[in-house]
Design a protein around this ligand. Structure first.
Ligand code: SF4
Length: 545
């Protein structure tokens, strides 16, 4: 197929108008507030974007449900807690290892991730109630595996019929004595998106697990890594780099995590936040209750990794660590630079679109920049305004009915364990030197002026964007994978990485460069034939013709 690449003649305003044209006026008005042209100037910040609001009924969203965020994203990567889904089997299957979270089963061999535990609710359970069935399922899981913990997840029907999963969990926990059973009211409909599920999951992890292990793990420069999910082995690569630097990662929330890691998190001296959206509130709670400060980091991109390592070293302020980090960066970077220089000869100037997650669309910007590529349009599935515009907007965020659906837990300084890791003077000295705690600028400042930022992109808009702007690569999730590829554009999943990864850290950057190079320069698209090109009796043409 001789595919003529579209010559892009549209301005960002034209694109926005085109995207909205097909909608009824009321829908168009709502969507217009979620589609933003990035027009920040020196004097004025970028315009406000509406985010974290319900998808308009009838629109095929890219989002997942609240249960998916709780069970699939946050608790899914934890290997030694039995994840028992109370609901129909479809919900269990949907959230079962679909994100390719990897784990190291450790020396105890306790790894329940390959299993799919479900109460498999049937019609009679909906009519007569499912609590007895849930009780029996918890008992069965306990008898078979004797795990340290059993987590119970509510799905939509459970909320509708009113099963009290917390009462059942409490009863079983008391009955067992040696197994922590706790539950999550994370019914799929409970929030706007999977973001609500992240919050519900993290609140329960903080309430039921953090602080349980009194003995501090050994190691120097102890940190927690929050919002890293070990997809395709990202967490393994980050841990490899930490180890090389002499940094002890006590707990990752929640990639390659275990019960004991969560239970020991209060022993860290610094929290490092990767995915701001899914976990920034845990970092705040760790600070309030235990006195652990937090910083934003990013290990997606070689330069970003180096910057984050230096930031950690600067926090501890120990010359031994600072020198070690510099030595590791000096050792790792030559390979990264050699590959990026090579791929850049083929990727420079190519364009990407990214619609993923609550931080991924931002993090991967760095990797594309390192390849000389430009992100022309991006957005989040479940981001909030602060993920776009930066944390300074948090005080202005409206608390709506959906936000009130999520339990707010009140955290105060722990009488015994609160221990500020740095004095106010030390914090101030670091800040005076330009160090930023609890800081995140969001996606918008890193996007080019005039680029299009879209919250909660949907199927129709995705196809329209590809038709109009013809990017060299489109990044999103499995739901978009094949519809985009059918348009003749390579599609890379950035939730599950297709079958690739890791893409984090130094080795991950090299993997990503090579993979994207292959995708954007593949000839496979030119061999695709549309039916009318092979059968003369048919007529048709591509949208860009
Ligand atoms: S929306 Fe409800 S029914 Fe669907 S997967 Fe989520 S919890 Fe299950």
């Amino acid at each position: 197929m001789a595919k003529t690449k579209k010559v892009v003649q549209f301005t960002a305003t034209d694109i926005k108008e085109e995207l909205l044209k097909k909608y009824p006026p009321k829908v168009a008005r709502k969507r217009a507030k979620q589609i933003m042209i990035n027009e920040a100037t020196e004097a004025e910040p970028a315009p406000e974007i509406v985010a974290n609001v319900r998808t308009i009924p009838g629109i095929i969203t890219m989002r997942g449900c609240t249960y998916a965020g709780c069970k699939g994203v946050i608790m899914g990567p934890t290997r030694d807690i039995v994840n028992l889904v109370h609901g129909p089997i479809g919900c269990s299957f949907y959230a079962w290892l679909t994100r390719r979270n990897q784990t190291d089963a450790g020396t105890d061999g306790e790894n329940y991730m390959p299993y799919c535990f479900s109460t498999d609710m049937q019609d009679q359970d909906i009519i007569f109630g499912g609590e007895k069935k849930l009780e029996a399922a918890i008992q069965e899981a306990y008898d078979l595996f004797h795990p340290k913990g059993i987590a119970v997840f509510a799905t939509c029907p459970v909320g509708l019929i009113g099963d009290d999963i917390h009462a059942v969990a409490k009863k079983m926990k008391a009955q067992f004595g040696d197994c922590n059973v706790f539950a999550f009211s994370c019914e799929g409909y409970k929030g706007v998106s999977q973001s609500a599920g992240h919050h519900i999951a993290n609140n329960q992890v903080f309430t039921h697990l953090v602080g349980e292990n009194e003995v501090a793990p050994e190691g120097e420069y102890k940190i927690n890594l929050l919002g890293e999910y070990n997809i395709g082995g990202d967490g393994f690569e980050i841990d490899r780099v930490f180890k090389k630097c002499g940094i002890t990662n006590i707990a990752t929330f929640s990639g390659n995590s275990s019960y004991d890691q969560f239970a020991s998190a209060q022993h860290a001296d610094l929290s490092c936040v990767m995915c701001h959206r899914s976990i920034n509130y845990v970092a705040d709670m760790l600070e309030t209750k235990y006195g652990i400060p937090w910083i934003k980091v990013n290990f997606i991109g070689a330069e970003a990794t180096a910057k984050s390592l230096r930031k950690i070293a600067e926090y501890f302020g120990d010359k031994k660590l600072i020198d070690r980090v510099e030595a590791v960066i000096a050792e790792e970077m030559p390979e990264v630079l050699a590959v990026s220089e090579d791929v850049k000869t083929r990727t420079n100037g190519k364009t990407a679109m990214m619609f993923v997650g609550g931080s991924r669309a931002h993090h991967y910007n760095e990797l594309f920049q390192e390849m000389g590529m430009k992100t022309i349009s991006a957005g989040y599935e479940f981001g909030h305004r602060d993920d776009y515009e930066g944390r300074q907007v948090i005080p202005d965020l409206k608390v709506d009915a959906d936000s009130r659906n999520i339990e707010e837990i009140t955290v105060v300084a722990d009488e015994k364990l609160y221990n500020p890791r740095k004095t106010p003077e030390e914090i101030k000295a670091l800040e005076d030197a330009g160090y930023e705690f609890k800081h995140y600028d969001g996606l918008n400042p890193d996007m080019d002026k005039g680029s299009i930022i879209i919250d909660d992109l949907n199927q129709y808009e995705a196809e329209k964007l590809v038709e109009l702007l013809k990017p060299d690569i489109f990044c999103a999730g499995i739901k978009e994978k094949f519809s985009i590829q059918k348009l003749g554009v390579p599609m890379k999943q950035l939730h599950s990485y297709d079958s690739g990864g890791p893409y984090a850290g130094f080795k991950g950057a090299v993997n990503f460069y090579k993979e994207i190079d292959r995708l954007v320069n593949s000839k496979v698209w030119s061999y695709m034939k549309a039916p009318w090109q092979e059968s003369p009796e048919l007529t048709g043409k591509f949208v860009w013709e």
